[in-house]
Ligand binder design. Sequence first.
Ligand code: KIV
Ligand code: ZN
Length: 510
Amino acid sequence: MSRKIYVFDTTLRDGEQVPGAKLNIHQKVEIAQQLKRLNVDIIEAGFPASSAGDFEAVREIARTVGDTVSVTALARAVKNDIDAVYESIKLAQNPLIHIVLGTSNIHVEKKFNRSKEAVMQMGVDAVKYAKTLLPQVQYSTEDASRSDFEYLWQTIESVVKAGATMINVPDTVGYAVPEEFGDLIRRVNERLKNLNENVILSVHCHNDLGLATANTLSAIKNGAEKIECTINGLGERAGNASLEEVVMGLKVRENYYNCHTGINTKELLRTSRLVSHLTGLDVQVNKAISGENAFAHSSGIHQDGLLKDKRVYEIMSPEEVGADSMELILTARSGRHAFKNAVEKIGFDTSDAADFEQLFEKFLTLADAKKEVYDHDVFYLVTNHRTIADHDSHLYELVSFQAISNDLHPTATVKLKKGSEMLEGSAVGDGPIDALYSVIKTLAGLDVELKDYKISSLSRGKEAIGRVNIRIEHQGKIYSGRGMDTDIIKASAQAFLNGINAALLDSAKD
Ligand code: KIV
Ligand code: ZN
């Protein structure tokens, strides 16, 4: 019989650790709501001890989506972290405390500077304490793939005896290779099932050698019952195992793995695009499952074969991952109902009637100007509206601008609004964008450095839309911003302002 594999999504914790992927609380809740539609089993919502903002976001996620999906958050093996996790997730129906502590020699010696026995005892004490708060506790043996096997096992045995209900074996630094990692999981699983057959064995693989998906699948083949992964493979350094790849690997090759997940695969592309849009991190075009070219066939021989029978070159259909329902083309005449449907379909909540009316007014203005409104326009409209509406008085809005390009003195004039305050200024720069960004920086009074500026065109629709992605550095942190408009100077100004607003939101929450 096909085994069920539990899917634990850590996009909002490990994924959000990516520089520049900072999300505000509303964006995190939107992603969590979409993860619920995707039907993941567990959402890791954050690391609440890291900041007041993270704590609030985890609590809001537990409150809003924790009725049907299990919610967890990360704690180091110390009381304060565990308390922060408990306090932030306790409103969920099925909350889980996740504790992490290293088991490799290098972690024990360099990070903790304690004996192996003392580190293990810290883990046991942490689990015992967590169990006084909640019945479900996951223990992650950080850097397991580089740990001495007998010490790894002794740790697992001790924390299971202390009450851990899930054991997660991470390949923290992406060092493992599939055969070896599979073997490790098989050995741990054999002993674990002898010790307590109810304890769930999980894996968490990083992608430093490009092997995260392969290692995760190999672990499943060797007995892992739960996988940790992220949308678009986001995560520390080269990222984590990509949820969409592992899930489709199991689905397409169920004949080999004899396993399945509960994931609603038709929501995969929508989830990928929502995460990419909100984090500002593009998906590479040839990425498996969610890349723009993942289902595109360009060679004549392939096209010919496909026309005869799709199965000649297609191992899964685009519809299976949700490609058929992606395209939304709305016009000013589409009406409230169609617009509401479109907003909900791409993963946003419309239950606040007053907020929806404001959004609809903005949609009508946009539809009048653009004639055809696509899903990416709706994404942009909703996220911009929500961010500004919720932080009306703290964030900057572009009121008007002028940028002049010439080979003597490129200049820009900008008018901004912040709450009820109007700000206006001009500057000269090396070019129109440089001038534009100089004025905005001066008006905002923030010391930000532009790290990256990228402009691309969105080809669909009758009008040419420029999309600008920027990354800025402020106080050592990287923030990203996006702007979309038919006018690329305006898109550039909006992207920069969105980056600045992200920095302001971040400092407001800490
Ligand atoms: O990579 C890692 O080891 C982690 C743990 C917290 C599971 O992210
Ligand atoms: Zn990790």
